[in-house]
Design a binder for this molecule. Structure first.
Ligand code: G
Ligand code: G
Ligand code: MN
Ligand code: NA
Length: 254
């Protein structure tokens, strides 16, 4: 309860900020965009990781206001990444199950885009597989509505849910992010490599982009590229960084 009280108003007090982790095209190593990751600089406790406070925000309902701030800030930052003559880098924003269920997500997304002048194609929403699992028909309708605006929808932590590959036929998404638990063992465990290759092949047959997360070693990058994985992120490629550093990195890559 105390953390919840302290989280209330934390955005307004400037304690919350977004860091960005770059996402690269594996074929040529070009940075394509970045995932926004929220950080809480607590006045007493120091940095509180989102694995702790997002859950608190989700349980308490604070996630709805926090999620609106995050979307606007992420779009504001992404607006500064555009370079003349290059495709603007995308920003990928995590959406929690409660945000997805709240019903006003399409409006919240539309107003964030409008306020910042960011094109819908530049915004990706990361939904967890479990969030869309509950009511497949309702989730599909919502995802279709979001995608109709031009925003791209990615399934996060893909492979960890129950439904797996068959789900992809019925839930309309633009991309899947292979969970880092598979990527971690892709060089050691033939089953994980087989599963990862199957996800890539299946997703591609449905026209879906595949992103690997948690790439921590060059060997993982190499094998994923060889298997046709489209994009990737991870500590070996780039750690989450403040918005200014991210902007410079995109500029230097252009
Ligand atoms: O950075 P870290 O590995 O601690 O992130 C832990 C979790 O917090 C991840 O699953 C990530 O998706 C989630 N997360 C980070 N930032 C946000 C955010 O702005 N909104 C939501 N809903 N989840 C976030
Ligand atoms: O659940 P989600 O995919 O949104 O989680 C993103 C989190 O993963 C971020 O908090 C980020 O810090 C973390 N992350 C990013 N790259 C790596 C990596 O290479 N290894 C590990 N262990 N975590 C990573
Ligand atoms: Mn994510
Ligand atoms: Na993930």
């Amino acid at each position: 309860v105390q953390l919840e009280e302290e989280l209330r108003g934390a955005w307004e007090r400037g304690e919350l900020s977004l860091h960005y982790q770059p996402i690269y095209r594996l074929a040529d190593g070009r940075p394509m965009g970045a995932e926004a990751l929220c950080r809480w600089e607590h006045p007493r406790l120091g940095v509180v990781p989102p694995s702790v406070f997002i859950e608190v925000a989700e349980q308490s309902g604070l996630i709805e206001a926090l999620g609106r701030h995050v979307l606007v800030q992420a779009c504001q930052d992404a607006a500064t990444w555009k370079q003349p003559g290059m495709e603007p880098p995308f920003v990928s924003v995590n959406i929690s199950p409660r945000q997805l269920r709240s019903g006003d997500l399409p409006d919240v997304v539309a107003s964030a885009l409008q306020a910042t002048g960011v094109a819908p194609q530049q915004l990706h929403l990361e939904l967890t597989e479990t969030a869309v699992l509950g009511d497949e028909a309702q989730a599909s309708a919502l995802l279709s509505r979001l995608r109709a605006t031009g925003v791209k929808v990615w399934l996060d932590d893909f492979g960890t849910g129950f439904s797996g590959l068959s789900h992809l036929r019925r839930v309309p998404v633009d991309g899947v992010k292979i969970d880092r638990s598979f990527v971690a063992d892709v060089l050691r465990d033939p089953d994980d490599l087989a599963l990862t290759s199957a996800i890539i092949a299946m997703a591609h047959s449905l026209g879906i982009t595949v992103v690997a997360e948690g790439i921590e070693a060059e060997g993982q990058y190499a094998v994923l590229r060889e298997r046709g994985c489209d994009q990737g992120q991870g500590f070996w490629l780039g750690r989450p960084m403040p918005a200014n550093d991210m902007r410079r990195a995109f500029r230097d890559a252009s």
